[in-house]
Every structure is written in structure tokens, then in C-alpha cells.
Design a protein around this ligand. Structure first.
Ligand code: ZN
Length: 332
């Protein structure tokens, strides 16, 4: 793959994200941008600021309402995947429902950011990643003078759990392929393979909303969950019908959202993945467990720099160094 290195060695601010391809250099937001919303599960109001961060920071969450509230967004900080992806630091401070924001960062190629939150859950906004994309576009993207590191899959890694399947296989670009199958004819069987840069992500993935089933939502509410959920921020399926009066944003919005979630969850690898991820009936749990399985097999991957016109292997001894470790040490 070819990359231009026009911005190497100096910070360059562009008004919109890199349009396509896999930029060679790390990026960050050009300036802070804020929003307010509610948590999907807590129902609590929350103010969120996406702030610039230097190269090598990765994505870091910071709870402004709690001491010791810094949490690195890395796969081995994930403590709950039942209704979204929740991370926790060594002080027991948590942030939940990070996956749609993480997806927007990954989809637009943002490597570094500090996410300040006034409460423990990322605002659900409209249930998709589109509002976060608009925030990132409003902030602008700064290209930093440090090469991006990508995780290259070297050997297939497979995870099976009953009817669920997750597989990572080698590929020269990032590919995410999801298949879902539901009894409801409103969903049925849907399949989508996605690869491409920011423009394709914005067009095909970012706007797909989260979804739930009417009969499950009643149970969740009784358990004190989905308290912020409404037809304003989720597609609700009741039997074979869509409850939302406006209907779907696309005929395959459900599988598009599965891809959106997978992109966000896989971003917890700590860098873009050069490989093909395929999931069947997957979700946050499998997305996280495939990363844990990959990182438990050092011969299955390597870290590579994306500077210049070709990927360059990280010298032996550094290839298996997990950015998670460094980030955890810095922010624990
Ligand atoms: Zn989701």
C-alpha cells in the first residue's frame, strides 16, 4: 500500500478526516469538542469532551467526576461485555458503552484522544456513531509526525462458542465481515463485508443504530438497565415489526451496526488491525475474546509501522510488546 508522507515531522491540521486509505502517520484531534447526552443504560446525563492528545497516547477515557478516573481503552481493561463494552482501571473506576465512540475514532483513523466524561457512561446520542463522526469533523484532525503502528495478523485465530464464531485471518488491509441471523423477519439473515477508509466508514457504517427487542427491553428496565433507551436512540424490534415510526435508515441497518460495533471493539487492540475479522452471530463478548486469544498467541501477530511507502516490521523483541501494557502502566 502506498502512503504519502507529506506531513511527516510536523503537525498539520486538516479540516476533515483523511478521506480514504490508511494514513501512515498518527493523528489526533486538532481542538477539543464537547457534547451532552444520556447514558443508554444508566439514563444519567453526561457531558463529554473529546480532546487532543500527543502521539503514543492512544484513546484514554478520563472520568472528571472521580479521582483516579483515567482508563486506557485497551482490550485487557474490558470487564463487562453483556450490554456494551465496559472498561475499568486498577482503581475500580469504570466507563461503559464505549464501543460506538471507539468505532468513530477507528473509522476516521484517530489514534490519540482524551475522552473526558462527567459520568460513567458514554452518551448514546442517536444510537449510532454518526454524532461522534460529526464531533470529530468539527474538531478537525491533526496529523502528527510519528508513524502509526498496526497489528498485522500472521496466523488464523478462531473462536467458537456454540453457534457463534469469530475468526481473524491474515490480510493486507483491515476487513470486517459480520453475519447475523434472527428469527424475526424484520432482521432475518444479513451479511456485510466492510473495508475502506473514513469516507466509506461514514457512508456505510457510521449511521447504523443500535437495536433491541421489545420483550427484552422490559426485562432490562426491571433490572435497572436500558433506562436511557428510547426510540430516539435505538431501533426497537417487536416480533416481525420495527416499532420506530421512521423505520430503518437502510434495509440492512442491523448488520451495519454489527460491523460498527466490531470496528469499535477491535480498536481496543491498540492500533489498526491488518487482517480480516469475520464473525457469525457475534457481539461484544466474542469481539473482546478474539483479541485476548490473539494476544495470547505471540506467533499469530506482529506490530508494524505504517510510515513510508511500505510497512516495516518492528525489530525483534519489540514486536510483541503490547501497547496495552505501556498504557496501563501510565494510567493505572
Ligand atoms: Zn452497538
Amino acid at each position: 500500500m502506498k502512503h504519502t508522507s507529506l506531513f511527516a515531522g510536523r503537525a498539520m491540521v486538516s479540516p476533515v478526516p483523511q478521506p480514504a486509505g490508511r494514513p501512515a502517520m498518527q493523528s489526533a484531534l486538532a481542538r477539543p469538542v464537547s457534547c451532552e447526552g444520556v447514558g443508554l443504560h444508566s439514563g444519567a446525563p453526561v457531558r463529554m469532551t473529546l480532546a487532543p492528545a500527543p502521539a503514543g497516547t492512544g484513546i484514554v477515557f478520563e472520568r472528571t467526576d472521580r479521582a483516579g478516573g483515567r482508563i486506557a481503552a485497551v482490550y485487557d481493561r474490558v470487564v463487562d461485555t453483556r450490554l456494551g463494552t465496559t472498561i475499568e482501571n486498577t482503581h475500580g473506576v469504570r466507563v461503559s458503552t464505549i464501543e460506538h465512540l471507539m468505532s468513530a475514532f477507528a473509522g476516521l483513523g484517530i489514534d490519540n484522544a482524551v475522552v473526558e466524561l462527567s459520568a460513567g457512561e458514554v452518551p448514546i446520542m442517536d444510537g449510532s456513531a454518526a454524532p461522534f463522526v460529526r464531533m470529530i469533523e468539527a474538531a478537525g484532525v491533526a496529523t502528527l509526525g510519528v508513524p502509526r503502528r498496526a497489528l498485522r495478523v500472521l496466523r488464523p485465530v478462531t473462536l467458537r462458542d456454540g453457534e457463534k464464531l469469530a475468526v481473524l485471518t491474515p490480510a493486507e488491509e483491515s476487513v470486517v465481515e459480520c453475519e447475523i441471523s434472527f428469527a424475526s423477519s424484520a432482521i432475518g439473515r444479513q451479511h456485510l463485508q466492510f473495508s475502506g477508509g473514513a469516507a466509506a466508514y461514514i457512508e456505510l457504517v457510521a449511521g447504523a443504530r443500535t437495536f433491541g427487542f421489545a420483550h427484552e427491553i422490559a426485562h432490562l428496565r426491571k433490572a435497572g438497565l436500558a433506562l436511557g433507551g428510547s426510540l430516539e436512540n435505538a431501533v426497537v424490534v417487536d416480533g416481525d415489526s420495527i416499532v420506530n415510526p421512521e423505520g430503518l435508515r437502510s434495509s440492512n441497518e442491523f448488520v451495519r451496526h454489527k460491523v460498527l460495533d466490531a470496528i469499535g471493539d477491535l480498536a481496543l487492540a491498540g492500533g489498526p488491525i491488518l487482517g480480516r475479522f469475520r464473525s457469525v452471530r457475534g457481539g461484544h463478548d466474542l469481539n473482546n475474546r478474539i483479541l485476548r486469544t490473539l494476544f495470547a498467541n505471540p506467533s499469530a501477530f506482529e506490530w508494524v509501522d505504517l510510515d513510508g511507502t511500505a510497512s516495516r516490521a518492528v525489530p525483534a523483541g519489540l514486536g510483541h510488546e503490547l501497547p496495552a501494557r505501556a498504557a496501563a502502566a501510565a494510567f493505572a
